[in-house]
Design a protein around this ligand. Structure first.
Ligand SMILES: [Zn+2]
Length: 333
């Protein structure tokens, strides 16, 4: 048993309380490799933003969970080395799908876990969430739960259609499960193809897809039911068209990739939404930078020469999100 507190990590309780009061949101960035982690920590340290490092089941399978946990521990020390005196870094399990997985993360030094039982019937979702909460709270680990179903594909999590969260269920769910934060479904979606062309309109000037707006009426109704309760948005990448264009220009093929417009996320960040998950955007930045180097310098075979620029582009992306979308800069001095 390792406590996250010994590793210099923090849970989400205070982070979220401050974010709701201050009208901003905490970035939750997924990581699978060293370059991503370096970029996240560098961006957070330079902007003094609290940050949530997310590990998905897919990341655990790809990079090994032991290694990822030690990397997060190293991230705290790296942050201090960069001059961030009191780093506020949370290590969070993204989309935990069983009690056993959540327990193993709590025992292993995670400061926060998500139990995603949203695909189960309502009562089973409450029961499983409560079981995880009862365990995690003994160690002061915070728990995120999910109510409603997001469309899209993210690692092993996928659904063809979305079902908005029912505002009339949230009080009962939060009270009986005891969760610390709630991921809701209001039209965000996992992956780089968040909407089909049929769901969108097309901008006549640019020919680009314009996605349907998020269901802010559902968010408002949830906040009315649960005033001041921390709300989480998954699947909130914006799929920056500059990266999609770069990928397509240098031999990739991502037709009609589309995400959530940043102005809608800015609006959400000012509300009780205090955690916004961003994964696909960093994948796109990484891929765009690697493709550019390899296309322009076909003789290059040193991974540092293309992973380095990828890391730089991701750092720029993370800083942009922190400063211009979430507003979390300067909140962890
Ligand atoms: Zn998610």
């Amino acid at each position: 048993m390792v406590s996250y507190k010994e590793l210099g990590l923090v849970n989400t309780r205070e982070m979220f309380a401050k974010a709701i009061k201050g009208g901003y949101a905490i970035p939750a960035f997924n990581f699978n490799n060293m370059e991503q982690l370096q970029a996240i920590i560098k961006a957070s340290a330079e902007t003094k933003s609290p940050v949530i490092l997310q590990v998905s089941k897919g990341a655990r399978n790809y990079a090994n969970q032991t290694l990822l946990r030690y990397m997060a521990q190293g991230a705290v020390e790296y942050a201090k080395e960069l001059g961030w005196e009191h780093p506020q870094i949370c290590l969070h399990l993204d989309h935990g799908d069983s009690f056993e997985l959540c327990k193993s993360c709590v025992d292993f030094g995670f400061s926060s876990v998500m139990i995603d039982a949203s695909s189960l019937p309502y009562e089973e979702n409450i029961a499983l969430t409560k079981k995880v909460v009862d365990y995690a709270h003994q160690y002061d680990v915070t728990v995120e739960a999910e109510l409603g179903v997001l469309a899209g594909v993210e690692d092993e999590v996928s659904s063809a259609v979305s079902h908005y969260t029912k505002p009339e269920e949230v009080v009962d769910f939060a009270t009986r499960s005891g969760c610390d934060s709630l991921a809701i479904s209001i039209g965000t979606s996992h992956g780089a193809y968040k909407f089909t062309p049929e769901q969108c309109t097309r901008d006549p000037k640019t020919g680009r897809l314009v996605p349907p707006p998020l269901a802010f009426d559902v968010l408002d109704a949830v906040m009315e039911q649960l005033p001041g309760f921390p709300i989480v948005l998954h699947g909130s990448s914006s799929v920056p068209q500059e990266y999609v264009d770069m990928i397509n220009q240098y031999g990739g093929k991502l037709p009609d990739a589309v995400g959530i417009p940043e102005e809608q996320l800015r609006k959400a960040a000012k509300s009780a939404v205090c955690k916004i998950n961003i994964d696909s955007d960093s994948r796109l930045a990484f891929t765009a930078a690697v493709r550019k180097v390899l296309a322009e310098k076909p003789g290059e075979f040193d991974p540092r020469k293309y992973c380095g620029p990828a890391r730089d582009l991701m750092t720029e992306l993370y800083k942009h999100k922190i400063i211009n979308v979430l507003g979390s800069d300067g909140k962890a001095e």
